[in-house]
Design a protein around this ligand. Structure first.
Ligand code: GLN
Length: 294
């Protein structure tokens, strides 16, 4: 095979990196190669170095070759390995769910901190994740708050089946509900029955698509990402309305937001009757989260 010196782990690793012709950044090449060697062969970087003279089989080499072809076509590495890590948990992903982002992990961390501050950990909480996708938010919260009752709404049946698989993998008892949050039906939860609602709804305006990486636009579900330019608050408006019915007094609403639309989000949430709505920045200093209280 072109440029491949031997079938030893060390040589294969360097060959694999050098074959990634469409990934320009060398740090990114290394991160991808490390992830592939870990997920395919269970070799973390330190172990891979120790085992650099171990020989790989012909089928392993074919597997790597197929992976590099897919990477060079622009496919995200998470689709090739089928899994990613979120909040210390392995989460299976495919083209029907959004690949969990570090920002969303940040949001979950702040949700945990806030819940721990506001509620005692003995009372079982009622929590809802709207648009759960892979289930990453709901599962992370279930793993942190073992006694809580967690529900998750999702419009895509394909997403629900992967979210259920992820929940089973982590022993998370989550009630998945196949439901369109934009529907006019308020009856899936009783009024004032929830303590906390979390959501990472679609918030990228259609016109922003042109600035996005092709691996996102081409491989991730548009339904989970985009909103029309003439109504970017669509999901926040409906979520805020329904949350104002479903949340108990003092209940909390957390959502990930478009950095360019934070004040619109705040207005929408306050007009739905929330007493407080606070914007928080992500690690890149961008307005990314909103936290509201009934
Ligand atoms: N942050 C995501 C992205 O940039 C968008 C997530 C969303 O629309 N909820 O791809």
């Amino acid at each position: 095979m072109q440029g491949l010196k031997s079938n030893k782990a060390g040589d294969l690793y360097h060959w694999f990196k050098s074959m990634m012709t469409t990934v320009e950044d060398t740090k990114e090449q290394k991160a991808i190669a490390d992830e592939v060697f870990f997920r395919f062969f269970n070799l973390r970087p330190d172990e891979r170095v120790l085992k650099r003279d171990d020989r790989f089989s012909e089928s392993d080499i074919v597997r790597l070759k197929k992976a590099v072809q897919r990477l060079n076509r622009g496919e995200p590495v998470q689709h090739i390995t089928g899994v990613t890590e979120f909040f210390g948990l392995d989460i299976h992903v495919n083209g029907s769910v959004l690949i969990p982002r570090p920002e969303t992990e940040e949001m979950v961390l702040s949700v945990c901190k806030e819940i721990e501050k506001v509620y005692d950990t003995v009372t079982p909480l009622h929590v809802l994740d709207i648009g759960t996708g892979s289930g990453c938010i709901a599962i992370a919260l279930a793993s942190r708050f073992r006694k809580s009752h967690i529900s998750a709404i999702e419009i895509s049946e394909d997403a629900i089946s992967i979210a259920k698989r992820n929940a089973d993998l982590h022993g998370a008892m989550i009630r998945f509900i196949h439901h369109d949050i934009l529907s006019s039906d308020h009856s899936i939860f009783s009024p004032e029955s929830l303590n906390c609602i979390v959501s990472n709804p679609p918030y990228v305006r259609d016109s922003e698509k042109r600035n996005m990486a092709l691996k996102v636009v081409d491989y991730e579900p548009a339904k989970a990402l985009f909103v029309p330019d003439d109504d970017p608050m669509l999901f926040y408006r409906i979520i805020a309305q329904k949350a104002s019915i479903w949340l108990r007094k003092d209940g909390l609403l957390f959502a990930e937001i478009n950095e360019a639309l934070s004040s619109d989000c705040r207005d929408v949430i306050l007009s739905a009757g929330f007493s407080e709505a606070i914007i928080n920045k992500d690690i890149h200093g961008k307005d990314r989260f909103i936290r509201a209280r009934m």
